[in-house]
Ligand binder design. Structure first.
Ligand SMILES: *Cc1c(COP(=O)(O)O)cnc(C)c1O
Length: 393
């Protein structure tokens, strides 16, 4: 893109359509998919220099660089590193920063595999892990110890959707020279920019909305200036790299992320509002609903909502729930989310809390819905039939 000073900077949606300059590649609008291990060097002199743009497939290609650049622009990052899955991006961040003797604080509503990696892998390497109330806000200051190196946040929380006060966490961390990482998978860099709110790392499972079509695994970490050197070094040492075709699917997904998220947001809110007044539903957790406890934080810090939220049913048997879910036409049962298709899953919360009580189910079931790109009336009709089966079981 041409940037002259008089012209206003592009909005994120425009940037997604014009992330780089096609005239650096003879006008082809998309970057090539470079499959690479070996990169030849033209001379001994070139081989021995440390500053060559590309040295080996694992260290980066024009394809991976294109996605890193595009995500870096959206996040306002000092640098971005890709990983072969969202979880690999999380573990890469943790391993890049932490060492034996360090203390890590993790939100109690964190994505389950992040908790398991912390407890079962980091603990083995002598890193102390504690969990904190996701709603603690500036109270995090009281949990910071001299050894605390990193605070891990995720907003809204996986399965239970508590919003976190990211600027308050960032201010408390900064005062003690502690780093803050945020799992930003739910909002994507279009609807929340954790680095601009004071975080040092923003991690996304690009598998979800960025790829957006349920056909690839991919992760990315954007780092601010305080985290970039450690991330760059950690990524190099760990040797993890994302596959070129999957990186390309991430780039392709980015082009339509803005319009897809608009539809996920609108559909999600229509379905959530409809469920709110349904007699089989006791509670809806969706931060963009005005009566949600996290709504004020969502309004302040986020510019949109995606299509993922939770509901709690009124008390019912597993058989009644099965009658509802097994017969749904459009809502499939399966892991992951962020694709074009709607999904529904019972949230398995067992073992996922240690610092705060698990939200009670009061005889009902917590369900996580991902509202896809279908027509919302069809989705509501599907749920309507399903909940009738539940109530009349
Ligand atoms: C799915 C998910 C991940 C992990 O992503 P994968 O690509 O499945 O490894 C990380 N964080 C959150 C919040 C997720 O929902």
């Amino acid at each position: 893109m041409n940037h002259d000073d008089a012209f206003p900077p592009p909005s994120p949606a425009t940037r997604l359509a014009h992330p780089d300059d096609p005239w650096t590649r003879q006008g082809f609008v998309n970057p090539p998919v470079v499959h690479a291990s070996t990169v030849l060097h033209p001379s001994l002199d070139a081989l021995l220099r440390d500053d060559v743009p590309y040295s080996y497939g694992r260290s980066g290609t024009p394809t991976s660089e294109a996605l890193e650049t595009a995500l870096g622009q959206l996040d306002g990052a000092a640098g971005v590193r890709l990983a072969p899955s969202g979880l690999a991006a999380i573990t890469m961040t943790l391993l890049s920063v932490l060492k034996a003797g360090d203390h890590l604080l993790v939100s109690d509503s964190v994505y389950g595999p992040t908790r398991r990696f912390s407890d079962q892998m980091l603990a083995r390497f002598g890193i102390a892990v504690d969990y904190y109330d996701p709603c603690i806000g500036s109270g995090i200051a009281e949990l910071l110890r001299d050894e605390t190196r990193l605070v891990w946040a995720e907003s809204p929380g996986s399965l239970t959707f508590e919003m976190q006060d990211l600027p308050a966490l960032a201010a408390a961390c900064r005062a003690r020279e502690v780093l803050l990482a945020v799992d930003n998978t739910w909002a994507t860099p279009l609807y929340c920019r954790p680095l601009a709110l004071g975080a040092d790392f923003s991690v996304v499972a690009a598998t979800k909305y960025i790829v957006g079509h349920s056909d690839a695994m991919l992760g990315a970490v954007s780092a601010g200036p305080r985290g970039w050197a450690a991330l760059q070094r950690g990524a190099r040492l760990l040797g993890s790299c994302a596959a070129p075709d999957d990186v390309y699917l991430g780039l392709r997904g980015l082009r339509t992320l803005d319009v897809r998220l608009e539809r996920h947001q609108r559909n999600g809110l229509e379905v959530a509002r409809w469920l709110q007044q349904h007699p089989a539903i006791a509670e809806v957790r969706h931060p963009a609903l005005p009566d949600d406890p996290g709504h004020a934080l969502w309004r302040r810090d986020f510019s949109g909502a995606s299509g993922l939220f939770a509901v709690r049913t009124r008390p019912c048997s597993q058989a009644a729930l099965a009658a509802c879910l097994d017969g749904l036409r459009y809502f499939g049962m399966g892991y992951s989310w962020g694709g074009f298709e709607s999904l529904i899953l019972p949230a398995r919360l067992k073992g996922l809390r240690t610092a705060t009580p698990m939200p009670a189910n009061e005889g009902g079931w917590w369900l996580r819905l991902h509202v896809g790109l279908e027509q919302s009336g069809d989705l509501i009709a599907d749920l309507d039939e399903g909940l009738k089966r539940l109530l009349s079981y």
